[in-house]
Design a protein around this ligand. Structure first.
Ligand SMILES: [Zn+2]
Length: 271
């Protein structure tokens, strides 16, 4: 592909973004999303297949049944629209790390190490609700879009797409599959996922204090040593803990937001 063709593709993508600027659900924030929903699902499916090729699943029902029970209850608490949009499924990976992550198609991966760490269902619901929130808020698609734009810019500068026999679309698709689970989320995305995660757990009838207890234990358990995977992507700062406490308090006082599955702008602006 020549430089001109790349440039027009880039301009096309950017103008289509400007014309149809996506707005994230629930938080109603503007989002930079270049890929359609169908692509989110396709990229998520591909990434899931690659993970399942490399990692072993836990078969022990004490782990699997527990995760599925909490996950199902959270899923039932979502407004039907969000239940239908994704291919919701939870996997337990046989890995001692304290970690969990979500793919843009709604597949969520929880590590055995995290299940050994959480004390009760309220804490487990806090992790799962947070990961589900990343999916609903299309944070994966946002990460992928930024990476695609960067890749397009780089190709434009080098004025080539390599290897020659591959199309740019295929290259961007592969990039998306990697970005879907390798790149961390931004701080803003984490904040949004914290709030919407609390909305989900509260709707499902779990105690939102579970999130506070979980973060407090994460901070004290891992302070002064190398943080586990989930913590390195989710910095357990005092600020984050304070913010989560404020959100829990706000939702307790304003249950109408839990009911509506909406977040007022002012809550996102609180430090
Ligand atoms: Zn997160």
């Amino acid at each position: 592909m020549g430089k001109r063709a790349l440039l027009s593709l880039l301009l096309g993508l950017v103008s289509s973004f400007i014309l149809s600027c996506a707005t994230k659900p629930v938080v109603h924030e503007q989002a930079f999303i270049l890929i359609p929903h169908s692509q989110e699902l396709a990229i998520g499916n591909r990434a899931a297949a690659e993970i399942l090729k490399k990692e072993k699943l836990v078969k022990d029902p004490r782990y699997v049944k527990r995760v599925e029970r909490v996950f199902k209850r959270l899923l039932k608490a979502l407004p039907p629209k969000f239940r239908k949009l994704y291919e919701w499924k939870v996997y337990v990976l046989n890995n001692p790390q304290v970690n969990a992550f979500a793919l843009p198609n709604g597949n969520i991966f929880v590590y055995k190490g995290l299940l050994d760490f959480v004390k009760d269902d309220d804490e487990l619901a806090a992790v799962l609700g947070h990961e589900m929130a990343h999916v609903i808020l299309r944070h994966g698609a946002e990460k992928i879009s930024w990476a695609m734009l960067a890749q397009l810019g780089e190709n434009l500068l080098l004025s080539q797409v390599s290897p020659v026999n591959r199309s740019l679309a295929a290259e961007l698709y592969d990039l998306g599959v990697n970005v879907a689970f390798l790149l961390p989320y931004s701080r803003k995305q984490e904040k949004e996922a914290d709030i919407v995660g609390l909305l989900i757990t509260t709707r499902a009838g779990y105690n939102p204090e579970g999130a506070i207890k979980l973060w407090e234990r994460m901070v004290s358990r891992f302070s002064g040593q190398e943080p586990p995977e989930w913590l390195s992507d989710h910095p357990a700062s005092k600020e984050r803990l304070d913010y989560i406490k404020k959100v829990v308090e706000f939702l307790r006082k304003h249950p109408q937001y839990v009911e509506k599955f909406e977040i007022p702008q002012k809550l996102l602006e609180v430090d």
